[in-house]
Design a protein around this ligand. Structure first.
Ligand code: PL3
Ligand code: FE2
Ligand code: FE2
Length: 248
């Protein structure tokens, strides 16, 4: 039985603390040049992220052929997300800055491609299904209350799917933990610092959208921690991996 002092650890914990939408007078002015300029980069990051997520799930399917069908299903959801966010930009009259977004993802993309070439399923899943999905979930959570009504509806639908993806990674890593512990730790060391840099890089534009950097970090760390706890790592192991990203 749950006690008063032990809140249930659920994936929705951080989402539930946020309002669906801020009062209209606290929303940003979606029609200003400053908003559209920031949105052209943030939206591009999201579109590129969804496209790469699609490609990554298909690629992981080549490493675990008996999962290829399920992974193709996840990949299809990513393409739907990409279309949704493309519609959000069109709705605001914004053109996404795709070259910027490609560069933004390049380091993480490079690490994924290297792991793929080496057949490292654990590393690929950590990068895509844990780190990138937790990053996306945190960003979408923080964006929803300050989004325009059109984008809010779309983002609410997307965030539900992203939990399915995070969960897929969790389940695979949990089932294979004993053989993948070391690789998991190394993959974290190599990639968590990159995600931290990405969160820092996006902060300026995100603040123009009224998204707070510390809220983003806190939400990311919450999803990340909950995922790895579920995989079977201890709080101490997780804290140590997070510390490595701070030091690195
Ligand atoms: C995988 O399913 C998705 C990967 C996407 C990466 C998202 C990065 C988010 C950066 C900050 C975006 C704020 C939300 C704005 C939405 C137009
Ligand atoms: Fe997605
Ligand atoms: Fe996803």
């Amino acid at each position: 039985m749950a006690t008063l002092a032990s809140p249930a650890v659920s994936e929705a914990t951080s989402a539930q603390q946020l309002p669906d939408q801020l009062p209209t007078d606290q929303l940003p002015d979606f029609s200003t040049d400053a908003y559209k300029d920031a949105y052209s980069r943030i939206n591009a990051i999201v579109i590129e992220g969804e496209q790469e997520a699609h490609d990554n799930y298909i690629a992981i399917g080549t490493l675990i052929p008996d999962q290829a069908e399920e992974l193709a299903r996840l990949a299809r959801m990513e393409l739907k997300h990409m279309k949704g966010f493309t519609a959000c930009a069109n709705n605001l009259g914004v053109t996404a800055d795709m070259p910027f977004a490609k560069e933004f993802f390049a380091p993480l993309h490079g690490n994924f491609q290297k792991a793929l070439a080496e057949g490292k399923v654990t590393t690929c899943l950590l990068i895509q299904a844990i780190l990138i999905e937790a990053f996306a979930i945190s960003a979408y959570h923080i964006y929803i209350p300050v989004a325009d009504p059109f984008a809010r509806k779309i983002t609410e639908g997307v965030v539900k799917d992203e939990y399915t993806h995070l969960n897929y990674g969790q389940e695979w890593l949990k089932a294979n933990l004993e053989t993948c512990r070391e690789e998991l730790e190394q993959a974290n060391r190599d990639n968590l610092p990159l995600v931290r840099k990405m969160l820092e890089q996006v902060a300026g534009d995100a603040s123009v959208l009224h998204m707070d950097q510390e809220d983003l970090m806190a939400d990311f760390l919450t999803s990340y921690q909950e995922a790895l706890l579920d995989v079977g790592l201890t709080s101490r192991e997780i804290a140590k991996m997070a510390a490595a990203a701070l030091v690195g």
